[in-house]
Design a protein around this ligand. Structure first.
Ligand SMILES: Nc1nc2c(c(=O)[nH]1)N[C@H]1C(S)=C(S)[C@@H](COP(=O)(O)OP(=O)(O)OC[C@H]3O[C@@H](n4cnc5c(=O)[nH]c(N)nc54)[C@H](O)[C@@H]3O)O[C@H]1N2
Ligand SMILES: Nc1nc2c(c(=O)[nH]1)N[C@H]1C(S)=C(S)[C@@H](COP(=O)(O)OP(=O)(O)OC[C@H]3O[C@@H](n4cnc5c(=O)[nH]c(N)nc54)[C@H](O)[C@@H]3O)O[C@H]1N2
Ligand code: SF4
Ligand SMILES: [Mo]
Length: 879
C-alpha cells in the first residue's frame, strides 16, 4: 500500500486511476492504516491547488445540521482537493458572508472517507426469506453482491411480506413521504408503516397551530434587523452557537453591540450564553413550566397599572382568550381560568417563586428579577429552542412560554417577539425573500395508515401492539386508539433510526426479531450495521439534484450547489434505487419517476422567485436562454425547459452558487411576525379556534387527552415529568435521592449533525465528545477532568470522558446527542456514549420524544480508560 501512496505522490498515476485502483482494493488500503481518506488533502494535492489546477464548484452541505451556509469544493480530476466557504463578496452585517462551520469544511472526508460503503453487500449468514441466523445481525461479516442481486433480494422480501402480512408489515421510519424520492416506489407498491416522532420540535408538534402560534412553533420571531431593536433578548434553552452554526451567532453579537442585554434560561451556561455574556437563569431540565408559572404569578401579583405596570392588559384583552374569568373562549368546557390557577384557587397551591424554586432549582430572587424583566415597557425578544419541549409531560411548555410573553405584550411589535431561535431561521424569521420553485416530481401518498409514535416504536415491533395516536395531529380523534401491528421488514433510508430513537437495546432486539432489514447508507451507521443488506448511496456531492433542506433556511438567501464529482464506486442515488426497485416490485416507474433528477433541479431553479423591490410580490429570479438550456443538457443529459426572463442568468447563478438579498434598515423586506394580528386581531385572526392566542385552549386538552396518556387542563399547568427531577428522589419530602440521581439531556453537538459527520476523524479530533458534568458532582464523586465515567440506568450503560465544568447545575449531566454505537454485548457497555442507549423508550401526553427528561447514575469507571475517539479505527467494511 505504501507503494501506491508513493506512486501518487510521485504523480505516476492520475488521481482518477488512484480512485479506480483503490476502488478495487480499498479494504486493504484501510487495513494498512494508510490514512483516513481515499484522496487525502495533503502535500500531493497542494501542488494542484497551488498551481491553480481544477475548478471551484459550489457544493451542497446537506445534513440536518440546524443551518445552511455557502461551501465550495476545489475539484481536480474528480477529487476534491480543497474546500472553502463564502468569499463571494465582502462581509458586512447587511450582506454577510454565509460562512460554514467545521463540519461543512470537513465534507471532503465524508465523500472520500475510507469508510464509504462502496458496493451493495449482504450479511454472510443471511438467508433469503428466512433471515438466516438473525442473532448475528450487528456482528456478522459482509459479502459483496451485485446491484442486481441486491435489488432482487430486497424486492423478493417486500413482495413476500406484502403477500403474507400486508403492507403494514413493512416499517420505514421517515420524516414524511415527500422527503426522499426513494419512497415513491414503496408507496406505489402499497405503502408502509411509518413513525410519528415529535423529535425536533417536541411538544410544539401538536399544540402550536391550535394555540395560535405558527405551526411547529417555527419561524415566528422577527427578522435579524429587528433583533437589533430589542433591549432584552432571552435565549430560552437555545444554543445557536452549536445548533445553528453559521450566521445566527453573528446576528446575536450585532444585537449585543446595538445594546441588547442577554438572558440565558437553562440547566447549563452554553456556548451562546457565553458568547453574548448572558445572565444565567438556572432551570433544571423538564421543569420550565413550573418556572414560567411562577413568573406569571409574580407578574400578576406585582403588577399595578399605575405605580408598577408590568402586564400589558390591553394586549391580553385584545389578543388572547382564557387569561381570566372575564375572557373565556366560547368553546370552554371547564369553568377554570389561568389566572385563578396560578393564584391557587383550584389546588390550594399558589404558583409562588418558592413553590417553583424547589422544583426548578432557580433562586427565588432570579424568578422575581426575570418576571420584572418581562415587563411591558421593555422591548423583549424571547428566542426559544424546542429543547425544553423535548421533555416528558412538557405538553404545556409552548402555551406557558406564549402566555408569559403575551402578558408582557411581547408579540408583533418592533423589538418585541417570542418565537423560535433554533434551526434554519434562527435569529432571522419571516417569509423567504427568495423562494424555491417546485421540482414537478409527483409525491405518491402512502396508502398505509399505520403510524407508530417514536418512543413506542421498538416496543410495537416486539409486542405486536401499539397506541395509534398520530391522527390526533390533524384532529382525527375517532381513529385514535390501541391497534395490532405485525412488522416483518424494516427499511432504513434517510434516517438512522436505530441510533436516533429511544431504547437502543430494544431496538436491537426488534432488529433481530424481524424477517428482513435493509439500509441505504454512506458508511456503516448503527442501522446499516444491524441490517441484512446495505445499499451504497451517493453523497449529494455526487449528484446534480435538489436536496431536501433546500429552501428551508435563512430568509435572505437560497443556495444553488452543483454536482461536485462523479459517483464514487458503485454508489447510486435514491431515485435510481427507487426506479430499479420499483421495476422489480411491478409498479409503473414512468408514473412514479417521470423526471430525471437533473430535470427536477432545473425545474426548481426555473421556478425560483425573488421578492420585488417594493416588497409586495415575487418575480422570476433566473433568466434562461436557449443557449443555457443547451449548456445544461450538455452537462446533465436531456432536459426540457423554456426560455424565461429574470434577474440573473442561469450560468452566473450556478457559478455563484447562491442568491442573497442585501438588507438594510428601512428596506421593504423587514418582518415582524404577528404584526397584522396584533394591530387588528378581528381582521387578521390567528389559526386557533378563537382566532387569538389561546391561554385557555379546549382543543389542546381534547386532542391530547384523547390519546390516553394524560389529563391536561386546557390552560398551562404543571405536571411532574416522567423521569424528571422529582423522580430522581426516593423520598421527595425528605429529599433522599434514588438509584438514578442525575438528570441528563442530549445537547446537539457541533461535531456532528445527529449521527451525520460523527465518523470523520478530523471532527473527532477537533471535538472529543466528552460527557459534561458539574464541578460539584465531580468533586463529590472523585472524578477529575478527563477521567472515564460510567453512566448507567435500567436501559443501558455508556462510557465517556468527563469534562468537568462550573457551567452546569449540580445534579445535571450533558451527554451529547448522536454518537455511533460501539456496543460490547458481553458487558452491555457502549463506549461511544449513545444518548439513546440511556433514553427510556417511554412517552407521555402527545407522545413526545422526551429525550431531555432522563435519569442516570454516574460513577468513575474502574476499567481501562477510554482512548480518544479520533484514534479508534474507522468502520471500514472488509469485503
Ligand atoms: N436521545 C436523543 N435522540 C434524538 C435527539 C436528541 O436530542 N436526543 N434528537 C432528535 C432529533 S431533533 C432529530 S431531528 C433526530 C434525527 O434522526 P435521524 O434523521 O435518524 O438522524 P440522522 O443522523 O440525521 O440521519 C439521517 C441519515 O440520512 C442519511 N442521509 C443523508 N443524506 C442522504 C441522502 O441523500 N439519501 C439518503 N438515503 N440518506 C441520506 C445520513 O447519512 C444519515 O444516516 O434525532 C432525534 N433523536
Ligand atoms: N451541531 C448540531 N446542530 C444541530 C443539530 C445537530 O445534530 N448538531 N441538529 C439540528 C436539529 S434537527 C435540531 S431539532 C436542533 C435542536 O436545537 P436545540 O433544541 O437548540 O438543541 P439542544 O442542544 O438540544 O438544546 C439547546 C439547549 O437547551 C438546553 N436544554 C436542554 N433541556 C432543557 C430544558 O428542559 N429546559 C431548558 N430551559 N433548557 C434545556 C441545553 O442545555 C442546550 O444548551 O439542532 C439542530 N442543529
Ligand atoms: S452549519 Fe450546516 S450547512 Fe453550515 S457548514 Fe455547518 S454543517 Fe454545513
Ligand atoms: Mo431535529
Amino acid at each position: 500500500m505504501a507503494n501506491l501512496f508513493q506512486k501518487i505522490s510521485e504523480k505516476q498515476i492520475s488521481r482518477r486511476t488512484f480512485l479506480a485502483a483503490t476502488a478495487a482494493g480499498t479494504a486493504s488500503l484501510a487495513l494498512a492504516g494508510c490514512g483516513t481518506a481515499l484522496a487525502p488533502v495533503g502535500a500531493n494535492y497542494d501542488a494542484a491547488a497551488i498551481n491553480g489546477e481544477g475548478q471551484w464548484i459550489p457544493a451542497a452541505c446537506w445534513f440536518n445540521c440546524g443551518y445552511k451556509c455557502y461551501n465550495a469544493a476545489l475539484v481536480v480530476d474528480n477529487v476534491v482537493v480543497r474546500q472553502k466557504t463564502d468569499d463571494t463578496h465582502p462581509d458586512s452585517f447587511n450582506n454577510p458572508q454565509l460562512r460554514g462551520c467545521l463540519r461543512g469544511r470537513a465534507q471532503q472526508q465524508q465523500a472520500f472517507g475510507v469508510d464509504r460503503i462502496k458496493y451493495p453487500m449482504k450479511r454472510k449468514h443471511w438467508e433469503p426469506l428466512t433471515g438466516g441466523d438473525k442473532s448475528l445481525r450487528g456482528k456478522d461479516e459482509w459479502v459483496r453482491i451485485s446491484w442486481d442481486e441486491a435489488l432482487d433480494y430486497v424486492a423478493a422480501e417486500l413482495k413476500s411480506a406484502k403477500e403474507k402480512y400486508g403492507n403494514s408489515s413493512i416499517l420505514m421510519p421517515t420524516w414524511g413521504d415527500n422527503f426522499c424520492d426513494f419512497y415513491n416506489a414503496i408507496n406505489g407498491f402499497g405503502g408502509y408503516t411509518t413513525v410519528q416522532d415529535t423529535s425536533s420540535v417536541g411538544t410544539y408538534l401538536h399544540v402550536s397551530g391550535i394555540l395560535g402560534i405558527l405551526p411547529a412553533g417555527m419561524n415566528d420571531a422577527n427578522d435579524r434587523l429587528d433583533l437589533l431593536k430589542s433591549e432584552t433578548i432571552v435565549l430560552y434553552g437555545c444554543n445557536p452557537a452549536w445548533a445553528s452554526a453559521g450566521l445566527p451567532s453573528y446576528n446575536l453579537v450585532h444585537a449585543k453591540e446595538a445594546g441588547a442585554k442577554f438572558i440565558y434560561v437553562g440547566p447549563s451556561y452554553n456556548e451562546t450564553a457565553n458568547l453574548v455574556d448572558a445572565k444565567w437563569i438556572q432551570v433544571r431540565p423538564g421543569t420550565d413550566t413550573a418556572f414560567l408559572l411562577s413568573i406569571a404569578y409574580v407578574m400578576v401579583t406585582e403588577d399595578d397599572p399605575l405605580s408598577n405596570p408590568i402586564i400589558d392588559w390591553d394586549f391580553l384583552n385584545r389578543c388572547t382568550v382564557g387569561f381570566d374569568a372575564e375572557h373565556m373562549p366560547a368553546d370552554a368546557a371547564l369553568n377554570e381560568n389561568f389566572k385563578d390557577y396560578i393564584l391557587g384557587k383550584y389546588d390550594n397551591q399558589p404558583k409562588t417563586p418558592e413553590w417553583a424554586s424547589e422544583i426548578c432549582g432557580t433562586p427565588v430572587q432570579d424568578i422575581v428579577w426575570y418576571a420584572k424583566e418581562m415587563r411591558k415597557d421593555k422591548k423583549v425578544t424571547v428566542l426559544h429552542a424546542s429543547a425544553p419541549a423535548r421533555c416528558n409531560n412538557a405538553d404545556d411548555f409552548p402555551q406557558i412560554l406564549m402566555t408569559v410573553a403575551a402578558m408582557g405584550g411581547h408579540f408583533g411589535k418592533p423589538g418585541h417577539a417570542c418565537g423560535s431561535g433554533q434551526y434554519y431561521q434562527s435569529t432571522n424569521c419571516g417569509p423567504n425573500l427568495v423562494m424555491m420553485g417546485a421540482s414537478g416530481a409527483p409525491v405518491i401518498p402512502n396508502p398505509c395508515t399505520d403510524i407508530i409514535t417514536g418512543p413506542e416504536l421498538w416496543d410495537a415491533v416486539l409486542s405486536g401492539k401499539y397506541n395509534r395516536t398520530g391522527p390526533a395531529l390533524w384532529g382525527d380523534l375517532a381513529s385514535v386508539g390501541p391497534k395490532d401491528i405485525d412488522i416483518h421488514v424494516i427499511i432504513h433510508s434517510w434516517r438512522n433510526s436505530l441510533q436516533t430513537t429511544q431504547g437502543i437495546k430494544k431496538g436491537i432486539e426488534a432488529h433481530r426479531k424481524v424477517d428482513f432489514v435493509v439500509s441505504c447508507a454512506y458508511s456503516l451507521n448503527a442501522s446499516a450495521q444491524y441490517s441484512d443488506i446495505v445499499l451504497p448511496i451517493v453523497t449529494q456531492w455526487e449528484r446534480q439534484s435538489s436536496y431536501f433542506y433546500l429552501g428551508f433556511y435563512n430568509r435572505d438567501v437560497q443556495f444553488f450547489p452543483s454536482k461536485v464529482v462523479e459517483p464514487l464506486y458503485e454508489a447510486k442515488s435514491d431515485q435510481w434505487i427507487g426506479i430499479e426497485l420499483g421495476k422489480r416490485l411491478g409498479i409503473d416507474v414512468s408514473q412514479a419517476y417521470p423526471l430525471t433528477e437533473e430535470q427536477q433541479y432545473l425545474n426548481i431553479i426555473a421556478g425560483t422567485t425573488v421578492i420585488n423591490k417594493e416588497g409586495t410580490d415575487y418575480e422570476t429570479l433566473v433568466t434562461i436562454t436557449e443557449e443555457d438550456l443547451a449548456w445544461w443538457a450538455s452537462k446533465y443529459g436531456k432536459t426540457d425547459g423554456k426560455p424565461q426572463q429574470g434577474r440573473i442568468g442561469l450560468k452566473e447563478l450556478m457559478e455563484q452558487g447562491k442568491y442573497q438579498i442585501e438588507r438594510h434598515e428601512g428596506d421593504n423586506f423587514g418582518n415582524i411576525t404577528y404584526e397584522a394580528f396584533v394591530k387588528d386581531p378581528k381582521n387578521n385572526p390567528l389559526g386557533s379556534k378563537s382566532g387569538k392566542f389561546e391561554i385557555y385552549c379546549q382543543t389542546k386538552a381534547d386532542r391530547i387527552n384523547a390519546m390516553g396518556r394524560s389529563t391536561l387542563k386546557p390552560y398551562p399547568s404543571y405536571i411532574q415529568p416522567l423521569n424528571g427531577y422529582e423522580q430522581s428522589f426516593k423520598d421527595w419530602g425528605k429529599k433522599i435521592k434514588g438509584d438514578y440521581p442525575y438528570q441528563v439531556t442530549n445537547p446537539h453537538y457541533l461535531r456532528r449533525a445527529h449521527t451525520g459527520f460523527d465518523y470523520l476523524p478530523w471532527l473527532r479530533e477537533a471535538m472529543p465528545n466528552p460527557v459534561f458534568i458539574s464541578a460539584l458532582d465531580a468533586e463529590e464523586k472523585g472524578i477529575k477532568d478527563g477521567d472515564t465515567v460510567l453512566l448507567t440506568n435500567p436501559h443501558g450503560k455508556v462510557l465517556r470522558q468527563a469534562s468537568v465544568s462550573q457551567r452546569l447545575m449540580p445534579g445535571y449531566i450533558e451527554l451529547p446527542h448522536g454518537t455511533w454505537l460501539e456496543l460490547d454485548e458481553a458487558t452491555g457497555i457502549d463506549k461511544s456514549g449513545s444518548d439513546n442507549y440511556l433514553c427510556a423508550p417511554i412517552t407521555s401526553g402527545q407522545g413526545v420524544s422526551g429525550y431531555n427528561t432522563q435519569l442516570v447514575n454516574m460513577e468513575k469507571y474502574d476499567g481501562a480508560p477510554l482512548t480518544p475517539d479520533h484514534l479508534w479505527p474507522m468502520r471500514v467494511v472488509k469485503l
